[in-house]
Write a protein that binds this ligand. Sequence first.
Ligand SMILES: Cc1ncc(COP(=O)(O)O)c(C=O)c1O
Length: 464
Amino acid sequence: MALLEAMPQTGYNVGAIMEGSGMARYVNMVVEPPGPKAREVMKQDSRYVATTTKTSPVVADHASGGVVTDVDGNDMLDFASGIAVLNVGHSHPKVVRAVKEQAERMFHFAGTDFYYSAQVDLARRLSASVPGEEERKVFLSNSGTESIEAAMKLARWNSGRGRFMAFLGAFHGRTLGALSLTASKPAQQERFFPVVPGAVHVPYAYCYRCAYGMEPSSCGAHCARVIEEAYFETNVPPEEVAALFIEPVQGEGGYIVPPPQFVKEVASICRRRGILLVDDEVQAGMGRTGRLWAIEHYGVVPDILCSSKALGSGVPIGATVFPARLDMAQGAHSNTFGGNLLGCAAALATLDVIEEEDLLVRATSLGDHLHRRLLELQERHELIGDVRGLGLMQAVEMVKDRGTKVHAAAERDRVIEHAYRRGLILLPAGRSAIRFAPPLTVDEDFLDEGIEILDLALREAVRG
Ligand SMILES: Cc1ncc(COP(=O)(O)O)c(C=O)c1O
């Protein structure tokens, strides 16, 4: 009930939701959200559905492209994409057709124990898409977490080493293995200790809040170099580290974009020390940043690449792409649903749409537009301390004061709530950031409409 109770019922005027702005093309609010039907679903949900991470009271009924219609008939702009899943938009006709056709032919056949060509087609395509010359294979699963678990097992099985490294602020999943690498909020690990032992976290290149108080222009990727110069000298025997996991843009941690030099330096340390570099593209991949894989921005070749989320456009699928030389023995790892027929059909159609609709170019130009518009907002709103992002993976970080950079978490939450009441769906990230991850298929008007609502929501949030 907490979310429901938190929603005030006063001061809402449907006719004025776009006050001060032009005509809304996409948003159409017919009732104050959450409306009566939404409230009923939320009530029942709180009774029957396990508590997870819900932060927004949007109760969806259906969606198309970038617009979600809630159960009370409100059309809302989706700047969250089901947590960065709907890169080709909600229910893209090509993906819908592929899944429908597959469902009519066959739902399931356990591709780990039997054969079907959809797995081969997807694995071949994913292998070819990853940077580097090495021959690769793919382990297919159902989620981001599972794609990470597979990478952990591949790394241990092949190296005989037991330890892992990851970054502060990282999110790699919630099963006990992946959770041991996750470090973006204490609640994620609280009461679950012991997780898989031997995971060490080191600072990420969070330049807006540099752990070492340095400037990115002159630091020489200091935070990468301390892995070698401090951790390997004091605490972590490098010859025991199986793999280092990195998000090329840190997602749940706050959409943090590291400088290329940092990623390059991390990769070269891994190479020198025989540590496998695992590129977690679960949130940043599949075109979101303007490249199919975000790591391509840095000219770095990962050993293992993990994908999920947008890969299946909403049909669960995960993929761990690894060098063929690291393949494990029969029986070492498997599952029932991994690379299931519907997931493979959705993933193949999604890859087609990204190519056919030039979505990498689109993500870049729309991302530039959104970034510019967010910088304009920063000029008007003191609350916005930082604007950052790559392609359509953009964020603003809220601060109480630009000098002290104290996190403005409560204000951030208020902005998200006011935006929701006007028809803009947003998700938080990190301690006080808002992430913007609309589908890559939207247009500039869609983004501008979102920015206008955000502008109003920022003003309202300051008022209280
Ligand atoms: C970078 C990253 N890795 C892994 C995961 C875990 O994926 P899933 O929630 O599908 O298990 C997430 C989920 O947000 C993620 O953002």
